[in-house]
Design a protein around this ligand. Structure first.
Ligand code: ADP
Length: 162
């Protein structure tokens, strides 16, 4: 059975990410979440915080074939090769996502033709959920219930208090 890398910034990991992960965990032997660390963007959580929070969510879930790692440098396809993963997993919400994801998938193909990108469509209820919108809501004390795993929602609220 194939093994997948689910790479992203996960700042933070939302229920949209969780939904894709849960569905993918039934399709692949193993799913490796690779948290990007080389972003120039200022993030709400550090890579280590993200890792710890996602691990906690997974421990309290029915999933037993998910691992979380930090993607510190280099191309994601090189990380996939190192981890012996043959699939890059991505979620698609909208046509805009599709355009962007197709460009990445196509460039990845030039670097590692043996690795396939697999897209899962976002579930209807998470179609308009993004980490950035979630942060905007949390920052202005709006309700983020049901949009993010509870433990992560608590950590977001704490961050914005400080
Ligand atoms: P990146 O900065 O790499 O886009 P993200 O953390 O925003 O990282 O997203 C990681 C992956 O999860 C991407 O493939 C993205 O399209 C997907 N994703 C993000 N939010 C959702 C959602 N609500 N439903 C399904 N997939 C999602």
């Amino acid at each position: 059975m194939p093994k997948a890398i689910y790479a992203g910034s996960f700042d933070p990991f939302t229920m949209g990410h969780y939904d894709i992960l849960l569905r993918a965990s039934k399709l692949f032997e193993e799913v490796i979440i690779a948290i990007g660390t080389n972003t120039s963007k200022k993030t709400l959580f550090s890579p280590e915080e993200k890792k710890e929070m996602i691990q906690e969510v997974i421990e309290n879930s029915p999933m037993s074939n998910v691992r979380v790692i930090l993607h510190t440098d280099g191309l994601t396809v090189d990380l996939a090769k190192k981890e012996e993963a043959n699939v890059m997993l991505r979620g698609i919400r909208t046509v805009e996502d599709m355009e962007y994801e197709m460009a990445i998938a196509s460039m990845n193909k030039t670097q590692a033709p043996e690795i396939e990108t697999v897209f899962l469509m976002a579930s209807e209820k998470y179609r308009f959920l993004s980490s950035s919108l979630l942060k905007e809501i949390a920052q202005f004390k709006g309700s983020i219930d049901g949009m993010v795993p509870e433990s992560i929602g608590r950590r977001m609220i704490e961050k914005y208090k400080n």
